[in-house]
Design a binder for this molecule. Sequence first.
Ligand code: SAH
Ligand code: SF4
Length: 394
Amino acid sequence: MSDINYIVNDFKVIPRITAVTKKINLVGQTREQLKEKLTLVGVLDKQLNMRIKQIWHWIYFRGVRNFDEMTNLSKSLQQSLAENYSIDVPEIIEKQESSDGTRKYLVRIIGRHEVEVVYIPEEDRGTLCISSQVGCTLTCSFCHTGTQKLVRNLTAGEIIGQVMLVKDDLNEWPKNTDTQEKKPRLLSNIVLMGMGEPLYNFENVRDAMKIAMDPEGISLSRRRITLSTSGVVPEISRTASEIGCLLAVSFHGTTDEIRNNLVPINKRWNISTLIKALREYPKASNSERITFEYVMLKDINDSDADARRLISLIKGIPAKINLIPFNEWPNAPYKRSDKARIKAFSDIIHNAGYASPIRKPRGEDIMAACGQLKSSTQREKKSSAVMKKELGIN
Ligand code: SAH
Ligand code: SF4
């Protein structure tokens, strides 16, 4: 079979670009990339902006997956698009619902890899926790994902695809243009707190979040998206300038000695380097505080002295401290701090003038809580030599 044959659309005769190769997925393409794809199938320059607007609306506002449903495109354009491109999102292979309404999805991406996506409904919002990598290169000792080798980065399409497949499951695509903003959104917030380190897959995460924020599509406010990092210092300022979403930092330890053990990336960028980057984070203000995530581990990082050190470290940074009771997983080397200890820790921080909510564990019965996610793709623990090499430690 020949690679090149010819198709005719409204305007000109052009070569078909993918006769034998797999079709290119339009999900995850930025507007600029979409422009190229449309040019390739012969859309004329003067029609490009209009066509992008129409196709964007169908894919990201209406949730359409077939070109023949895009009724304001000519039949011939629908046909050339269908011959060359696809509109694909990852496939749900398993769905579990917790007694508290939390839904955990196991989804399959190309290469038969799997990632987990969690939807957490609350009274005033519905938060989707999405993954940015299959596994993680980092090896935080309290995190289940950290026991799994990095398999690969997700593409922008696979990242925004997680949002789209959950909108499918919640049946949250408007049937027509009028109905959208009238009822509260079921999926109103995104947190990049699933599997992986988002700042080690910066470009794909950025492109996907830009799509999520685009006002002509899914249209989530940048203030409803939170990116959580373990502390990849060189990429922190780009998060503000190129994405503009809120930032959360997995802090977890108040001395380098403790943090080196819990979050080994601290050996590369230590607490003072991290704090300096956060102080300079351009978006931090009282209305857009940085969230410090702090996992409560019994007798490891939960003393009054830790709470006081934390306060002195973050002095001057508009911050909120999210205390996360440790979510246990099979054979985990830590225990969750007692309730009374967590409360005492929270009170010290609160009395110093910072919000210090204790995160309510959700979806525990289905292992859907933070740090419990793990796919079955790879279960091998990284050797410490490989880990040291990645972190640049001799
Ligand atoms: N890699 C990023 C985002 C994913 S982890 C990061 O580390 O920030 C999302 C949050 O869950 C992080 O704050 C992480 O430290 C926390 N977490 C990981 N394992 C946990 C566990 N077992 N119990 C509670 N929180 C955990
Ligand atoms: Fe990776 Fe975040 Fe887990 Fe650390 S806490 S191993 S950075 S997913």
